[in-house]
Design a binder for this molecule. Structure first.
Ligand code: GAL
Length: 452
């Protein structure tokens, strides 16, 4: 096995020169010093992993704490246990990983990086540039990952020619879940257009059922909003907003329409819209307190974990206007290199994650689809199959989730999410007000400068 200590820092210098986040620079200084001391101290100790070593343990930071998420984690932990490796759980509650990403930064700054972490999105390129992540090429190359993976996933886990994360599954976000029993009882069919949605919502309201479940938690509002942006005008415009941060796109009338749609939908939610964790909103759908719910398919994992069955108690369709598209979030685990003493166990975890049985069992529990481009379709329910077909159409039909870190860095994401949330809770704020603010955020953060 190659000792990667000396090759793992490639690109680090460039990140130092170009990186805009001061915490990264500070933390890099601290860590490099610490690693330098650690490496010097360990130099005399044999570092080659011993295949007969006793049981290893890996601490894993993640934010999977709901019933469905726990079931998915259990798949990973039990497979790892079969290899005599303990999964030491460090679960930080908080939907979309808001708490977990803060805790992770603090752990790394304190020199206590976990061996593995859920590190979704483009952010792991930054961590990899600092030389902190274990390169997984020794697993990915013989495992044929490039051929197995969807090209979008392959490029996501790839940084400067090296694989720096193990991909778990692909979530679709543009789902409209509905309570099938209520729909059947009222003779309703799932809406495919916004006009149909309005008609269905009206009937539900008339029957005394809240048409749409929704929390006012910022990331949940913004998750709904990014879906509406996609519905309004497709992946190309979506990317010009959230990937390119093109200021002109934020001032566009398509943005105005997506914002207006958000207000229209608000009228179909229980008033006042309260701030609740997403599993509680999923519970409202399951219990029939609300009839529809727009959410990532981790909500399906939750419904299944509670014993409900797809197409019996609940079902799903794409949000109106998005049937051809896939708004995605890919869950990945990255490994911290540290002093390389856990490398064998970390590589084993990466290998397991990409194995067919784990891909299948994990994603069934999680509500997601496999990252393999040719998964076992027979084991998928109708929601998963429709997610797989949309994602398989290729990148022109895919939209990377802003809220779930697939499109832009944390700074841009947080700034946009905060503005959308403000617009959602304050009915007096006009579309032109928020658009002006978004244009100026995009101007200051855009990679392409003043592009309009
Ligand atoms: C996403 C993540 C999912 C799920 C969800 C809700 O960011 O990809 O795995 O955990 O947040 O917290």
């Amino acid at each position: 096995m190659i000792d990667k200590r000396h090759v793992n820092n490639r690109g680090g210098t460039q990140a130092w020169l170009t990186g805009s986040r001061s915490w990264i620079v500070l933390f890099a200084l601290g860590c490099l010093l610490k690693y330098a001391i650690g490496i010097a101290g360990a130099a005399t100790v044999a570092s080659a992993p011993n295949p007969n070593q006793p049981a290893a343990a890996l601490q894993v930071v993640h934010w999977w704490t709901s019933a469905g998420e726990r079931k998915a984690v259990d798949v990973l932990a039990s497979k790892l246990a079969e290899e005599n490796i303990q999964w030491r759980d460090a679960a930080i509650p908080g939907g979309a990983g808001l708490g977990a990403s803060k805790v992770l930064k603090s752990m790394v700054l304190a020199g206590k990086a976990p061996e593995a972490t859920q590190l979704n999105g483009i952010v792991f390129g930054e961590w990899a540039d600092l030389g902190l992540l274990l390169e997984l090429d020794d697993v990915a190359t013989p495992g044929g990952w490039q051929k197995l993976l969807f090209p979008t996933v392959w490029s996501l886990v790839h940084n400067r020619g090296h694989v720096v994360a193990a991909p778990l599954g692909i979530h679709r976000i543009n789902n409209l879940f509905y309570n099938k029993k209520i729909f059947d009882r009222l003779g309703l069919t799932a809406p495919k257009t916004w006009a149909e949605f309005e008609r269905v919502a009206e009937k539900l309201k008339h029957a005394g059922v809240t048409p749409l479940a929704q929390s006012s938690e910022a990331w949940q509002v913004a998750t709904l909003f990014e879906t509406l942006v996609l519905a309004e005008s497709g992946p190309a415009y979506y990317r010009s907003l959230f990937v390119d941060l093109n200021p002109g796109a934020f001032g566009d009338t398509r943005m105005t329409h997506a914002l207006q749609r958000l207000r229209t939908l608000k009228a179909w939610m229980a008033q006042p819209v309260r701030e609740r964790p997403w599993p509680e909103m999923t519970r409202q759908l399951a219990d029939g307190d609300a009839a529809m719910f727009v959410m990532g398919d981790w909500a399906k994992g939750e419904l299944l974990a509670w014993g409900l069955t797809t197409d019996q108690e609940f079902s799903c369709v794409a949000v109106p206007g998005t049937a051809d598209y896939h708004l995605y979030s890919v869950d990945t685990l990255a490994m911290f290199a540290g002093d390389y003493s856990h490398q064998t166990a970390q590589e084993k975890l990466a290998q397991l994650i990409m194995s067919q049985p784990v891909q299948s069992a994990y994603n069934q529990a999680k509500g997601a689809i496999s990252v393999w481009r040719s998964p076992a379709l027979s084991k998928m329910d109708s929601c998963a199959r429709s997610s797989w077909s949309a994602f398989s159409k290729g990148s022109a039909f895919q939209a990377p989730s802003l809220v779930h870190r697939m499109a832009a860095d944390e700074t841009a994401k947080d700034a946009i999410v905060a503005e959308v949330h403000r617009y959602f809770v304050d009915d007096k704020m006009s579309e032109s007000d928020i658009q002006r603010r978004l244009v100026s955020i995009a101007r200051s953060l855009s990679k392409t400068g003043k592009q309009e």
